[in-house]
Design a protein around this ligand. Structure first.
Ligand code: C5P
Length: 230
């Protein structure tokens, strides 16, 4: 049984309000996407990594990035379509029960120990799972007028992080099912859950932030400058 990785990097970073997509911002002299790729390449058990790029990506070619364990494919309209394209490119190489790790290109601070933990804790599982972190803040549900309607019990609430690790065949079937029933999925686990399965959360480090807004870049710079736990 082998491990493969897909890095969806075909987003345009609408929420950051910058013309440069967030995966191409530089941190400590290296683009976010390259940091993320390197974090996964540090894991020798990962056979190959597929980076999914926007059809009009103008940044990647300038890096002249070359590594025999890395290939690229073109992404789709939504994250789910990008991941499906990544999976298609692995058909013929990956077996049905091989593990696929899907990692957001905009999470450059993931630690080597968290990735290894995820892989070792789930490798005997039938379904798979993901890194996650408990929610610390009190959570409020608002009305359209920003009035609090409900304080949600946070004791069982967790944030879904990446990598998310599922078996090749189940992931392929679950994502196609989500697309065919028009289910809006923002991570792989949601698609697996919609098939009636129960992914497992493996606790991960909170430094594994998703770069979404400008201020996240500063935080990521800090985590990367202190080296992160490896
Ligand atoms: O938009 P969001 O923050 O959920 O994006 C998470 C990851 O999915 C990012 O790395 C982004 O580049 C990627 N993505 C993609 N294809 C899309 C939309 C997002 O690969 N169509």
């Amino acid at each position: 049984m082998k491990f493969w990785a897909i890095l969806p990097a075909a987003g345009i970073g609408r929420r950051m309000g910058s013309s440069t997509p967030k995966q191409y911002h530089s941190i400590c002299g290296t683009p976010v996407l390259i940091h993320s790729i390197n974090r996964l390449l540090e894991i020798p058990e990962i056979e190959h990594l597929v980076v999914v790029l926007h059809p009009k990506d103008q940044y990647w070619p300038a890096f002249n990035f070359s590594n025999e364990r890395v290939s690229t494919v073109t992404g789709g309209e939504e994250r789910v379509n990008s991941v499906i394209n990544g999976l298609q490119s692995l058909s013929g190489q990956a077996n049905a029960s091989d593990w696929i790790l899907v990692h957001d290109a905009v999470r450059p601070c993931v630690t080597q120990s968290d990735i290894k933990n995820l892989m070792s804790q789930l490798k005997e599982s039938k379904v798979g799972g993901l890194l996650g972190a408990p929610i610390d803040n009190t959570v409020k549900q608002l009305s359209d007028d920003n009035e609090i309607e409900l304080t949600v019990d946070r004791s069982q609430l967790w944030s879904a992080l990446t990598p998310q690790m599922f078996r090749f065949d189940l992931l392929k079937r679950s994502l196609s099912n989500a697309v065919s029933i028009n289910l809006n999925v923002t991570d792989e686990a949601s698609a697996i859950e919609a098939m009636g399965f129960k992914p497992i959360i493996v606790p991960g480090d909170k430094s594994n932030i998703k770069i979404t807004h400008d201020s996240d870049l500063e935080l990521a710079r800090y985590y990367l400058s202190i080296g992160g736990k490896t």
